[in-house]
Design a protein around this ligand. Structure first.
Ligand SMILES: O=C(O)CCC(=O)C(=O)O
Ligand SMILES: [Fe+2]
Length: 207
């Protein structure tokens, strides 16, 4: 099995992403790549730090809004994840080609929500920095059950809600600027790889 997907699958996911603004894909990674990611997570867990939110720097305020700890990845440093970086590049290529986007960069972190952790409703684009175009999450939780909490809650335009369980090797892609979402309180340790495919206007590259 290769780490990439065939175009037919991609076109189906892209259709759903265009229509509903998000798509959920199960069994997204090959089993070896999924295992590599999970091991990487465990090996780096002591390096995680409390996640921030925009410009707010008050610890109490932050943990009220989001309770996860994160570890930012760097494709140049984290070369053990090369297969994953290739997959990210392929994802950008298909989205550029078939959704007419101009994705050029990316930023990814590993995230750990300890029991009781959540993330209040938000959008992934900030006022001061709105170059995040597509959010890409891969969950790393084997044996997640109903009742464990930690669902990704998506607020649909018609005001209905969709709850997505953070099941192992499930990928969620959504449009960062238009999909309000939250992470419901998790009752267990909840692990994920979360990233953003970004658009870097050429003229801004040196700012
Ligand atoms: O882990 C998730 O399901 C979503 C995380 C999230 O919304 C974020 O990190 O911005
Ligand atoms: Fe988010």
């Amino acid at each position: 099995m290769t780490d990439f997907h065939n175009l037919e699958d991609w076109l189906e996911w892209i259709d759903e992403l265009s229509d509903k603004h998000y798509v959920v894909v199960d069994h997204f990674l090959s089993q070896p790549l999924y295992t590599t990611l999970k091991n990487y997570f465990v090996e780096h867990q002591e390096l995680f730090t409390q996640a921030g939110i925009g410009s707010l720097d008050n610890h109490q305020v932050r943990t009220k809004i989001r309770g996860d700890k994160t570890y930012w990845l760097d494709a140049n440093r984290d070369v053990d994840l090369n297969s994953f970086w290739h997959l990210v590049q392929e994802t950008k290529n298909v989205l550029n080609r078939y959704c007419y986007l101009s994705l050029s960069g990316h930023e990814f972190h590993l995230a750990h929500y300890p029991p009781g952790g959540h993330y209040a409703r938000h959008l992934d684009q900030f006022e001061e920095r709105s170059n995040r175009m597509i959010t890409m999450i891969v969950y790393l939780n084997d044996g997640w059950k109903t009742g464990d909490g930690g669902e990704l809650e998506i607020f649909e335009p018609d005001k209905s809600l969709s709850l997505i369980q953070p099941l192992g090797n499930r990928c969620v892609l959504f449009k960062s600027g238009v999909v309000p979402h939250a992470v419901l309180k998790s009752h267990k340790d909840r692990y994920s790889l979360t990233g953003w495919l970004t658009y870097q206007p050429k003229g801004l590259a040196w700012i």
